[in-house]
Design a protein around this ligand. Sequence first.
Ligand code: FUC
Length: 822
Amino acid sequence: MKILLKFVLFGILILNLQFHSVIAQSHKNTFSTNYRNNLLWYLKPAQVWEEALPIGNGRLGAMIFGDPENDRLQLNEITLWSGDPQTDADRPGAYKYLDTIRSAIRDQDYPLAHKLTNQHFTSSAPYSSSYQTLGDLWLKFKLPNKQPATDYLRWLDIDQAIAGISFTSGGVNFKREIFSSAADHVLLQKITASRKGCISLTLNLNRIEDASTHFVAPNKLIMRGHAGGALIYEAQLTVVNKGGSVTASKNGIQVKNADDVLIYLTAGTSYKLDYAKLFKGPDPHQSVNRQMTLALAKPYPLLRAAHINEYQQYFRRVDFKLGGTAANDLPTDQRLKAYGDGTADPAFAALFYQYGRYLLISSSRPDNPLPSNSQGLWGDGLDLPWKCDYKSNINYEMNYWPAEQANLSELHMPMIRLTQALVTPGTKTAKTYYGPQTPGWYYGYTTNGWAWTSPGAQLSWGVFAGGSGWVCQHLWEHYAFSRDKKYLKSIYPVLKGAAQFYLATLIRDKNGYLVTSPSTSPENNFITDKSVKSDVTEGATMEKSIIWDLFTNVAQASSELNIDADFRKAVVASRNQLSPLRIGKGGQLMEWNEDWDLNSDDPHHRHTSHLFALHPGRQITALGTPALAQAAKRTLELRGDDGTGWALAWKENFWARLRQGDHAFKLLSNQLRFTTTTETVMADAGGTYANLFDAHPPFQIDGNFGAVSGITEMLLQSMESYQNAKGGQSYIIDLLPALPTAWGSGSITGLKARGGFEVALAWKAGKLVHGTIKSFHGEPFRIRTKYPLKISGMSLIPIKTNDCYLYTLTSKAGKIYQLSTM
Ligand code: FUC
């Protein structure tokens, strides 16, 4: 054992030295000064897509393989959706069957209810559109004397959003750096060499389907095509060489004996987020051309600097440090494996956190035409897993959990805009399924680039009443953090429309409570006490919890805006009559309206939907509703500590909300299991690929974002509110509520709290040492901590409950409150 340990330590030392010598040689000016905390690096090119490194400016992205001779950049553009809008997918006259379906459910005739729901309450057209690849940029290099590459290094610097590779061949050092700039709407690669005249390569653009490529100059290619529908895409490639020559050849643009080479790629589609125009915008040629012309006119150092500036305005808002160890100096794939083998490496969690923020910035800039999808921006193929869409029963929302708390609020906007775009089709869907008089709008389990709002093709997954309610939580949360009243006013009608739909369609259950019907608990089924297995019922816990949340938010919104008092009263009255959360015979929080949970033949099902009220909702809190929190804990124990990538990430959030940091940490460790599996596995195979993408498997980015949220929830929570002295709602800022023992010392700056606050914290031996809270809008707040605090020289007397200290503060806009432990 001792020998093995020595061997491992020696290995770490060697690699450490190797890294530093490589850096010393050629990278002094390449990496950001902050690189040690913010670098993914590898000693070999990517063999498979899940090893390649992602870059993106929100809209235009690439996966970089980094091969010295045959390099590939797999390209994506966020609006590249196949097919066309399917405006006829609502099943005509579906509402005529609503009463019959509801009666079958009430009579507990579940086989009939299942049959009728499948026949009448599903979509009438197949869900066939998929997000697709834009194609590939191939770079075939001729290395000097055909010498193999040595001293190979490949990296992604997430502090600068620049990827690169370097190696030596035939005594020449080669370096390539690549980034996708949101400032100049261009993807750039710079190739340099230590000796003049050594760069020779052929470049080409292609795509597996529907592409035609032509030269417009010897150094300029255009690729255009359709994505299987009306949508037109275009990519332009320009090569600018210093020294040597450039010619057009049948294999592409040929560069010979250049000193250095700059590669420019611009791309776009005819997509426009406008349902009324069926998403048809202008042909992309002009704008792609303009972007190319402008980029070519700007010197490379300026393009590079503009990119870094634009990116860092988001990324650098948060600085996160956890204790470093020797593992810090391992290449990232080996570091991931070592983490899974039990090496203590707290700083790796900080890297994973910042990488999640990097991925959100790279797939969702504020002006993105569409939000980050289930693979963010990156997908290789024409029919991507689950169409790579926006599944509302967890995946889509999880993508945006970090947006507000991790100080990326503007990045929420693409999701908020897509939600607004769902109102028109969702109004039609509401009337088609619930009757011509139904007010408001609704959608169920998924949406896509074409604003699909119809249900899915079949139970259990296709029928879900909670989609619109859940996405509306994001509309509210943007306000809860930003306190931007103008914004709130602009989205209020969307919230109200979603609430109106539920108000009109809830029915009374046999106990007189309001419930949804037909109702499902996402993708799960139940077994009744009479051993009947089904999936559709009334009053599933998740749907009523989402509605509780929406009603609470819309009531609060109307009172903040001081409008719609009667509507507010009606919403609050209905909310108070919703079927309550109930505890079942196993001590668990009941998933269904009946106590069937323990009958399940799939007790570890990946969705833990019925805990919505614990997270991302706020109806259950560890200290405010301890009995329900205990039931939620029991539910989590019954579900177990495994799952798909996103399921593990969600459980991190649940355990953090239960204030159980070590258990949340355990789930994070499960998520950080190295995997290479890319086939679909529906249970217990969640993990992380070499490029730190989350594995469902296959790759699904929600787990990356869910982990950012889970880690934030371990350090800071602000979902609880109280009535302030003026009768308004203010928030409790809860410091280090679920700090894992493994992260004894650390610091984080730039986290956001509801109510308009920015928080920085530093801790040692598990105890807060100092921190700051900046109040942006002067709203009152409370601080909750585990140890008494000194706050900005004030002598506040805390209330002590549940082993926590609670301080109540009025606040001044712009003031920074200094905290230190007494
Ligand atoms: C839901 C989940 C699956 C997968 C898919 C994209 O259907 O149940 O696990 O995440 O969305």
